[in-house]
Write a protein that binds this ligand. Structure first.
Ligand code: CA
Length: 246
């Protein structure tokens, strides 16, 4: 699956240019022009990288950056900040609050994409973001393969996206509408109760491992946290320890 980029920019013309070019380069782009919404989107379904404009209406880029770094779900996402030439002092502040790099407007799209790729490499490589695992369940975003204790499991796209969402944030309870949003624009997902149908099917396909998807009464669903387990590698920056047996 493609590397996912969240583009936070309120300048419509620039969004169009970047969307077009990033998509052409093989990135999957989600965009929004509002700081608060950016935080919500990033926490719900953490992207591989965030392009964050400094000057945004409402909450500015520095505050968004600070809050992203303060939340465990988003703390490690590489952030490339966009600034204007007149904002040099802010660039320094931006790096201080946790941006990884910045590009000054106006910039060439080619340069931006080079910097973005460099940042992804530095952050542990695009590869590191492709595999999520916990409880013996392993999900490879690139090949779209899922295995349970090494045995392949065949999921629909919606089931795959739900599982991906759970594996990204073990222990977090997701509301049905959040799961729908995370699954993104699937035409058969018009009603929240269809979430229950997909979850039921997902659990069944995962077999005994399916019980780790827990119902949270009055809320929705979550993946059971794997306490002290060695198979949790949902956090891309963490290398799971090798089993101790030799
Ligand atoms: Ca702006």
């Amino acid at each position: 699956m493609a590397t996912r980029v969240l583009l936070v920019e309120d300048e419509h013309a620039l969004v169009e240019v970047l969307r077009y070019n990033l998509t052409r380069e093989g990135f999957e782009v989600q965009n929004c022009g509002d700081g608060r919404q950016a935080l919500r989107l990033a926490q719900l379904n953490p992207p591989d990288l965030i392009i964050l404009d400094l000057m945004l209406p409402g909450m500015d880029g520095l505050e968004v950056c600070r809050l992203l770094r303060a939340d465990a779900a988003t703390a490690r996402i590489p952030i490339l900040m966009l600034t204007a030439r007149s904002e040099e002092a802010d660039q320094i502040v931006g790096l201080a609050v946790g941006a990884d790099d910045y590009v000054t407007k106006p910039f060439s799209v080619k340069v931006l994409i080079q910097r973005l790729r460099a940042l992804l490499r530095r952050a542990g490589g695009e590869e590191a973001h492709q595999v999520l695992s916990a409880h013996g369940i392993r999900l490879d975003r690139r090949t779209h393969r899922v295995t349970v204790n090494g045995e392949p499991v065949h999921l629909t796209l919606t089931e795959f996206r739900f599982l991906e969402t759970f594996l990204r944030q073990p222990g977090r309870a997701f509301r049905r509408d959040e799961l729908l949003e995370a699954a993104g624009g699937d035409a058969d997902l018009v009603l929240e109760r269809t979430v229950d149908v997909h979850i039921k099917s997902l659990r069944r396909k995962l077999g005994p491992a399916g019980e780790v998807i827990e119902t949270v009464r009055g809320v929705g669903y979550r993946l059971r946290e794997a306490y002290g387990s060695q198979d949790v590698s949902a956090s891309p920056a963490t290398t799971p320890p090798k089993p101790g047996k030799t």
